[in-house]
Design a protein around this ligand. Sequence first.
Ligand SMILES: [Zn+2]
Length: 306
Amino acid sequence: MKIIDGHCHLASTRYIPQQFFEDVAANITCKMIAYGEKVSYSKILQMLLMQHNDHYGDRLIVEMDAASISRTVLLIPDFSSAMAMPLPQREIYEAHFQVTQKYPGRFYVFPGVNPLRGQVALDEFVESIENFGFHGLKLYPPCGYSPSDKCLYPFYDFCQEKSLPVLLHTGPTVQSLNLTLMPPSLICAAARDFPGVNFILAHGAVAYVEEAVELARNWPNLYIDTGGISGAIFPGKWQKQLLSVLLADIENKVIFGSDWPVTRMSGGLKNLVTGITSNPAITQQITPTALQVFFGENITRLIEGG
Ligand SMILES: [Zn+2]
């Protein structure tokens, strides 16, 4: 079976803001205390920072090989209107391009943009597609914009012209961002205005699931991914959650994604893949053909066409 990971990030403090790590550590501390565990915020923060030293994707490649993942979509963050980025966006794009050169044929890249940076962001995005051969667009609306905001339309015009998919974060995030901008339905106006753009609702199998599944079912150009499903949200129960989405009769709309390095905390990529392929509850109800569509064909069709 050909496995493509449709949602992944380089685990690196060079591409993700320090404040994001601090906020994630605060979220984890809060959740673990709610579960009745004794934890230290500073230890969790330290652990997170230590896990993010894979600047060139070397560790990720080892994990991909162990999990038989042939190719992975790297999503580049851009938190720039909400948090200080560690490097200018151009340099972050360049670093990701170097990784694609180091490991030919192993990565697709969706550069992140913050549309509030206007023409500069659009120019950088267009250059990254033309010069680096990147493959889509990544958005993080809780940084302060709706995914249907008109400031994004020049980006969507370009994506429509070049047949590039757009992946947008949906669902909960850290509390210092704008949590009113996380529902999947915010994409509806843009999805209607750009019927030629395929939009992926990241984490649609994890948060706002009912809403995301209904949107994917009813709109030809809306898809959902499984990013983060094996994380802390469903400790020990994520396979059941995944199965319900795989049985929701939207076979051509669900994309396998790990959200690594988030997955590292729940056992890594191999655990995630075998947690699906070796789970009898899943393999008895989902045919090998349907699993192949989920694991690779949907994201490949969106990126490569056909
Ligand atoms: Zn992610």
